[in-house]
Ligand binder design. Structure first.
Ligand code: SF4
Length: 262
């Protein structure tokens, strides 16, 4: 038979140990976030590495830092590209990719954007893959522009490409054969990866559907005369329309049959 006093002592010790462990875990997580999040905020590559490191309490610290990055607007397109090019992400590479620097990971939603933007990408097993590695500068730039346009950040590189910044700033991109039409890139997952365009015309430019909001893209649009209207073709393709209309001061237009569903 167990002695009642001894049992109480055992329970007390167990309770004390559990409470100590809980306090330790809370303090450890607090320190992880408060002390390291600012470092992660200013070093996206470190954040990407941390996300894949078991040291970070199952990713809690890195995930929190990433949420902070988003909240503070620190995760701009440059940071996004750096995250995609961090060495730690290479393990997400799809097996269908050809050996080389550029690859598609398993998060691809098969929207097809990269395949019509660059001949390096093809469809394989219901998703995209880099089946021909870009070689020339033009091919590398095309693949990186597809990386910028990809709505889900599924295109990555094993090591950073010096053409990344050029790719980031290359939009609006003239559509071949159409002198007044520009592809805006920056496809949004909120619009299921749909493409958005800028029509440059007398009487006011028209933004057709909404890309993912990006300040560099906004400046590129303004350099072409800004936008007077934003025409949204479907309720599914509106993405960041509020931010765009606020930034560009454009009037939003949508067919009455689509509007009631908003
Ligand atoms: S653009 Fe991105 S999401 Fe779309 S098919 Fe290519 S890799 Fe997949």
């Amino acid at each position: 038979a167990t002695h009642p006093v001894k049992l109480e002592e055992k329970e007390r010790i167990q309770l004390l140990m559990s409470a100590s462990l809980a306090i330790f875990l809370v303090l450890a997580q607090f320190c992880t976030t408060s002390a390291f999040a600012p470092i992660l905020l200013s070093h996206p590559e470190a954040a990407a590495r941390a996300r894949h490191c078991a040291f970070w309490s199952g990713g809690w610290g890195a995930n929190t830092a990433e949420a902070l990055m988003r909240r503070r607007g620190a995760r701009d397109e440059r940071s996004r590209l750096l995250l995609m090019q961090a060495p730690g992400v290479a393990k997400l590479r799809r097996a269908e990719n050809a050996p080389g620097n550029v690859f598609v990971d398993e998060s691809c939603i098969d929207c097809g954007t990269c395949r019509w933007m660059s001949p390096c990408f093809t469809r394989s097993n219901d998703k995209s893959a880099v089946t021909v590695q870009p070689q020339s500068e033009e091919e590398r730039l095309g693949a990186l522009q597809a990386m910028v346009a990809c709505p889900t950040g599924s295109i990555r590189t094993e090591s950073p490409d010096p053409l990344s910044k050029q790719a980031t700033l290359s939009f609006p991109l003239p559509v071949p054969g159409l002198s007044n039409v520009y592809h805006l890139g920056y496809h949004s997952p909120k619009s299921y990866g749909a493409a958005a365009y800028l029509l440059v015309r007398e009487g006011g430019n028209v933004l057709v559907d909404s890309p993912r909001f990006n300040e560099a893209l906004a400046k590129g649009i303004i350099a072409l005369g800004g936008a007077k209207y934003m025409y949204m073709t479907h309720i599914d393709d509106v993405a960041d329309h509020v931010r765009w209309s606020e930034r560009l001061g454009c009037t939003r237009v949508m067919h009455a049959s689509e509007a009631p569903r908003a």
